[in-house]
Design a protein around this ligand. Structure first.
Ligand code: NAD
Length: 488
């Protein structure tokens, strides 16, 4: 592939090459990407490797001084144009997202394009107000600066590439860093298009580079490059261990947003109708959501009352082609992932799990899996301990809060938790004991970009969001000046 290729995705012309220093660049080899809608070929992407990774980092390194020198206001003008351009191309991005990772074309209450633009606009605004805190000491004035740190390597998974990519690109660029972003191999096209939209909005060449390829080749070379000053990765704990080891060689700071097996706690005093509707929301993106509350932990006294409400809400979910407006649960990303999800469910059922709904592939075939809830599962079983990343929940009951906390916190993860209760004291008591980077109380998936986001234990390292993003992407510098030592 020479990098100049474009493909038509649902009527949108998308560039396929790497974007390096403002040029579309190819690689000797490419690989085929399928659409999860029907498994058919969507197009080819160049398979980048060490040479393309080095070129992308070189372009970002060359562009860094001028971008950093623009300051928050100068960068902010360009980033605001970039955010506006994303909004203008929203329908195109949505079509590409639908084809390359199966995002719903309509009815996406929680996964929206506005968030993609907001990721850029929010951090651009935030950077303008960041610099020059002053802390008065006994003999010195401490002036705190957030300096750009250099080249950020941003590694993105396939379940929401545009939203998760811009969540990193926005703050990294606003901080004054230049970026090499590596899109996921299963769903590379929306970030490829984003590079073009950034260019059209006036982002200088080399400030945002897009490096395609597999994790083992392009991604690995990128994170090993000593010119990279920050690595922000969203993906699985297994990949994080490999990246962490590579980063250690250069002492490159890492931010890891990883998997989850989050509890969804429903207390007897909760609004059960609201809780049941929110359980059905856990199947959005076909359950391919790191934050999903996949372990239903229901107070035993209300399980018989709650379950019919939950099953009715789940029954309303239309599974099928994500282009159809009525669809609420689209396809799984790839046959290999489908086989993983199916295997986990089959083994759980063979181990004695009771199928409350779903339980296997959708009768229409393809990569569609039925929303599934499994009861009678053991806390130590594979299905309770392993992230499925598909439309599969388990249901367990508890009698005391001590029992609840022990079940809730008994996995290797600590990404999020959802809690429904009508009692503020109880909600506070339980929330404070849950191991999770985010606890939602009587709501789910509300993401304020000013709030910290990240995971504990195997769910991540560090927090991003608000000032936390700048703490990570910037070199935070303190200038301690002795008072009264200047002539004027
Ligand atoms: P993955 O770890 O397989 O891949 C993620 C990215 O890392 C891809 O772009 C891949 O190419 C790249 N990669 C793989 N090996 C690499 C290497 N050695 N060096 C550099 N890059 C490498 O994850 P996935 O299957 O794409 O995504 C699913 C996982 O992501 C799930 O565990 C999910 O929970 C997690 N996730 C977490 C969050 C969060 O915010 N915490 C959000 C979405 C997804």
């Amino acid at each position: 592939m020479d990098g100049s290729e474009r493909i038509d995705i649902g009527g949108v012309s998308v560039p396929c090459g790497h974007l390096i220093g403002g040029e579309r660049v190819g690689s000797p080899d490419g690989y085929e990407v399928i659409t999860p809608i029907d498994g058919s070929p969507l197009g080819h992407i160049p398979a980048g490797g060490p040479a393309e990774a080095a070129a992308a980092v070189a372009a970002a390194t060359a562009a860094f001084p001028a971008w950093a020198a623009l300051g928050p206001d100068g960068r902010g003008e360009i980033l605001d144009r970039f955010a506006d351009a994303i909004v203008e191309r929203m329908a195109d991005f949505q079509r590409v997202d639908t084809h390359d990772h199966g995002a719903l074309a309509a009815g996406r209450p929680h996964h929206g394009m506005p968030r993609t633009a907001w990721n850029v606009k929010f951090f651009s605004d935030r950077a303008r107000g960041l610099h020059h805190d002053t802390i008065a000491g006994d003999v010195v004035d401490n002036s705190v600066r957030y300096d750009p740190s250099g080249v950020s390597a941003l590694i993105v998974p396939w379940n929401a590439p545009l939203m998760l990519g811009t969540w990193k690109i926005g703050p990294a660029l606003a901080a004054g860093n230049t970026v090499v972003v590596k899109p996921p191999e299963f769903a590379p096209f929306s970030l490829s298009l984003l590079g073009e939209v950034a260019q059209e909005a006036g982002l200088p060449d080399g400030v945002l580079n897009v490096l395609h390829g597999t994790g083992a080749s392009a991604g690995d070379a990128l994170v090993r490059d000593p010119r990279v000053s920050r690595i922000s990765f969203t993906g699985s704990p297994a990949t994080a261990r490999v990246i962490g080891a590579a980063a250690a060689a250069n002492l490159t700071p890492v931010s890891f947003e990883l998997g989850g097996k989050s509890p969804f706690v429903i207390c007897a005093d909760a609004d059960l109708a609201s809780a049941a509707r929110t359980v059905a929301v856990q199947f959005m993106n076909a359950g391919q959501v790191c934050l999903a509350g996949t372990r239903l932990l229901v107070e035993e006294s209300i399980v018989d009352e709650l379950l019919p409400l939950v099953l009715a809400a789940v029954d309303e979910l239309v599974v099928g082609d994500p282009r159809r407006p009525e669809t609420r649960v689209g396809p799984l990303i790839h046959p290999s992932h489908f086989a993983k999800v199916q295997g986990l469910v089959e083994r759980a059922v063979a181990d004695g799990a009771r199928v409350l709904c779903g339980g296997g592939p959708h009768p229409d075939g393809g990569l569609y899996f039925q929303p599934t809830i499994l009861a009678d599962v053991d806390q130590r079983s594979e299905i309770v301990q392993t992230e499925v990343f598909g439309p599969v929940l388990t249901l367990q009951t508890w009698r005391t809060e001590d029992e609840l906390i022990s079940l809730a916190n008994d996995t290797i993860y600590g990404l999020a938790a959802t809690l429904f209760s009508g009692d503020a004291d109880r909600a506070e008591r339980i929330s404070s004991q849950l191991v999770a980077g985010t606890v939602w109380v009587n709501c789910f998936y509300v993401r304020d970009l000013a709030a910290p986001f990240g995971g504990s234990r195997a769910s991540g390292i560090g927090r991003e969001g608000g000032t936390w993003s700048f703490d990570f992407f910037c070199d935070v510098k303190n200038i301690a000046t002795r008072r009264g030592t200047f002539a004027s």
